[in-house]
Design a protein around this ligand. Structure first.
Ligand code: FAD
Ligand code: 5PR
Length: 391
């Protein structure tokens, strides 16, 4: 494939997560032939639910997945923060588009354009290593040569580790158990606030937090946060450990005792470089971040789409283009990682004061390769600022 003037340039992509799918569709839209390798035996997504802000929604529109995502996602009337069950912030969020959904729904919506573009997706296909000359080696022992290799293989990236990128890892003191449970509308009670996203913080007697996120009419995404290696980090969850502090969530917590879930400690990884030769890293392989700003998947998608934009038109000067991509696109992600890590370290979301122009920079960024036109279905207002809590 590589080398023939008449054939399409060819990319091999490791990892069919949000970064890999976005890169695949972005490249195929720009005339590349693409093959995606997914090491797992099924295509799908781990991690229950997700919050996406405007930048991610814009990328989804650019790859032809926005309409499908919108069909089964949710936008809460308020983003509420409570400390010891007292409201400290009630943010109407009618100034910025955002949506919540299950990860499986997001994944299926992103897979659809890849299927429409006839992108070859191999499951049970692990990439074990890559070389700057564009060679990938699979778990089967097979080697393939490509014009471009994209390492979108997540925080445990083989592509990254096999190529000797220097990785700085920072583990946070907290982590999250993520689950999907039924909405439990009838059991929770008639109050309208059960449609809100509610970030329930407790500092006493222990640090435990429940992020309550309606994902659609039927599914509720919950994130149970607790310090690493504490009672709250145990899965299956210990009902009394959570009920004790969040009795008003009893129906939800009872469901959570039976739901599959995993505790993930928050971490930030920073690399010395995102590219080497014909290889580029995107998503968590390049820049895992803590979820306080809910921008990890969004940055993964933005960087994957912009990568495709930078290599549009073929392989001429490919290595320089990849370096230009990193030079131009990376600083925003670096800032996002730092800001999110700071919020996480200080447990600052508990104050509900995070909606401000600096922290919203990433959400409001128009991704390279995406349209600046308003997203349909969202009101647009200019006012920002957190509404005072009503007592
Ligand atoms: P992944 O999602 O990890 O996908 C990598 C894919 O590659 C997987 O399918 C994997 O099986 C496959 N793979 C791995 N190794 C290989 C290999 N060697 N060969 C082939 N395939 C391989 N982000 C948001 O934007 N909003 C949120 O609300 C949000 N909440 C979060 C909550 C928590 C607790 C955490 C930990 C993260 C959260 N994130 C959020 C971040 C988001 O989940 C990640 O940034 C995002 O999943 C990264 O996508 P990715 O495609 O780079 O990696
Ligand atoms: N905020 C949001 C979120 O989805 C998460 C966190 C904070 C919107 C995790 O999913 O701190 O874990 C967090």
């Amino acid at each position: 494939m590589a080398g023939k003037a008449t054939s399409k340039p060819h990319a091999e992509i490791a990892g069919a997560g949000y970064a890999g799918l976005t890169a695949a569709v972005g490249l195929a839209q720009r005339g590349w032939s693409v093959r995606l390798h997914e090491k797992r035996d099924t295509l799908g997504s781990f991690g229950a639910g997700i919050v996406l802000w405007e930048n991610a929604l814009r990328v989804l529109r650019a790859i032809g997945a926005f309409e499908e995502v919108a069909k089964k996602s949710f936008t809460a009337p308020f983003y509420e923060t409570r400390m010891h069950n007292k409201t400290v912030a009630l943010e109407p969020f009618d100034h910025d588009p955002w949506a919540t959904m299950t990860r499986q729904h997001l994944y299926d919506a992103m897979l659809a354009p890849a299927r429409r573009l006839d992108i070859e997706i191999l499951h049970s296909s692990e990439v074990v290593s890559a070389d700057p000359d564009g060679t990938v080696t699979l778990g089967s022992g097979r080697t393939i040569k490509a014009d471009l290799v994209v390492g979108a293989d997540g925080v445990g990236s083989n592509v990254r580790d096999s190529m000797g990128f220097a990785v700085e890892r920072n583990k946070a003191r907290d982590g999250l158990i993520r689950m999907i449970v039924p909405r439990c509308r009838r059991e929770l009670g008639p109050e309208a606030f059960w449609d809100n996203v509610i970030d329930f913080w407790n500092f006493e007697p222990r640090v435990q937090r429940i992020l309550y996120v309606p994902a659609n009419d039927n599914d509720l995404y919950i994130g149970l946060m607790a310090p690493y290696r504490s009672d709250g980090s145990i899965v299956p969850i210990k009902l009394e450990v959570w009920l004790d502090m969040f009795p008003f969530l009893e129906p939800v917590l009872r469901e959570a005792t039976n739901a599959p879930g995993r505790y993930d400690r928050y971490e930030t990884t920073v690399l010395n470089a995102w590219t080497k030769g014909r290889v580029a890293l995107v998503g968590d392989a390049a820049h895992a971040m803590t979820p306080s700003l809910a921008e990890g998947a969004a940055c993964a998608m933005m960087n994957a789409l912009s990568l495709a934009v930078y290599v549009e038109g073929g392989t001429d000067k490919l290595e320089e283009r990849l370096q230009e991509w990193e030079r131009n696109e990376r600083p925003l992600t670096d800032r996002t990682q730092r800001r999110s890590a700071k919020l996480t370290a200080e447990r600052a979301l508990s104050k509900g004061e995070w909606v401000n122009d600096e922290l919203m920079e990433t959400m409001r960024h128009i991704p390279t390769g995406a349209s600046a036109d308003p997203l349909p279905g969202f009101p647009r207002r200019n006012a920002t600022g957190t509404q005072a809590a009503k007592s």
